[in-house]
Design a binder for this molecule. Structure first.
Ligand SMILES: [Zn+2]
Ligand SMILES: [Zn+2]
Length: 339
């Protein structure tokens, strides 16, 4: 195994496991350090036991480098491959039917990987496309994109699509639903994007009636295609205890609006979200809503989390026809433009 490949694989697996992002960052940093070294220096330092004198290389990263140079599969990789594997059970058929992922982030907002990196990882998982949905301006903690930066991102996506064809990066956004239900991006720009995910990230403790109105107004927008992580809850992974309580809203009204305006309800696959909760998902299905099974990945390894959502969908009896990301890219874009 090549050294850089080994370091990048460790980072991928830490992210797949939802370890703190500093862990994968340390291995990606080490990969950058190795890339910059003159020929032969890494081998010389390994032979002399001086790897850790390099800035950015510590005990753990040096261990992986040494074992890779010795032609072994590093112990850390062997351990992580097993401990981070994402199980897939009754949702296997649905997972096989998925053609893309409609909610994921890049370093343009708060993700840990480049757009190209995310695209290549998505392709490696068998996807035909991904929708890039970086955050919108008001989410400053996540470096949300201004209109100007989003336009620049569209240019980069166009260039990448020429390079990565036939894989397709569809344009999109995870737009904040503001307190009054308005969307946190310019209307004309939202209209240009292939797919729009809308989510509540602020003022989650709003009173029930106001929160319901807020969500219904957003869901009714002709720009909005998918309602992201509808309750906003966060669990402590893996014990399931609640860290952030779910927003209170009238789910009958919100899902009725989703059905009426043909806005899909997202099954958010993040292990600390698992949103919507089971009873709300059943209600959305009773209303006849479409769903979208999305990872909300902020790192490469997290793109594998769709397994969780597929198992959940299968447990709720959801059929492939109801899941928007079983559509080929052209059909998905046409659907998103049609409502
Ligand atoms: Zn984010
Ligand atoms: Zn979000």
């Amino acid at each position: 195994m090549e050294v850089i490949e080994a370091l990048e694989r460790v980072a991928y697996l830490h992210d797949r496991k939802l370890d703190p992002s500093q862990k994968s960052a340390a291995f990606l940093k080490a990969a950058d350090v190795v890339r910059e070294l003159p020929d032969g220096e890494l081998e010389r330092r390994h032979a002399d036991g001086k790897l850790e004198e390099l800035p950015g290389i510590g005990k753990s990263t040096a261990g992986v480098i040494s074992q890779a140079l010795d032609g072994k599969v590093p112990d850390r990789i062997a351990e992580l491959e097993a401990s981070s594997v994402i199980p897939l059970g009754e949702g296997a058929d649905l997972r096989a039917a998925l053609k893309g992922d409609c909610h994921l982030h890049s370093t343009w907002s708060d993700g840990g990987a480049s757009i190209e990196g995310m695209a290549r990882a998505a392709e490696a998982l068998g996807h035909e496309y991904m929708v890039l949905t970086d955050h919108s301006p008001r989410l400053t903690v996540a470096h949300g994109l201004t209109a100007e930066r989003l336009r620049a991102q569209l240019d980069e996506i166009a260039a990448l699509n020429e390079k990565l064809a036939p894989f397709r990066i569809l344009t999109g956004i995870e737009v904040d639903i503001l307190a009054d239900g308005a969307l946190d991006q310019q209307e004309d720009l939202l209209g240009e994007l292939d797919v729009v995910v809308a989510s509540v990230h602020s003022k989650l403790s709003m009173e029930r009636k106001e929160m319901t109105e807020r969500m219904v107004v957003a869901v009714a927008s002709p720009h909005v295609d998918i309602l992201g992580h509808c309750t906003g809850r966060k669990l402590r992974f893996p014990d399931g205890s609640v860290v952030r309580k779910q927003a209170t809203f009238d789910p009958e009204l919100v899902f009725a609006a989703c059905a009426q305006f043909d806005t899909a309800v997202e099954i958010n696959c993040r292990p600390e979200r698992q949103d919507p909760p089971d009873e709300l998902l059943d209600l959305a299905l009773e209303w006849g809503c479409r769903v979208s099974i999305d990872t909300d990945a902020h790192a490469l390894g997290q793109l594998e989390w769709q397994n969780y959502g597929c198992d959940k969908a299968a447990a709720h009896g959801i059929e492939a026809e109801r899941i928007v990301n079983t559509m080929p890219a052209d059909d998905l874009v046409a659907w998103a433009a049609s409502h």
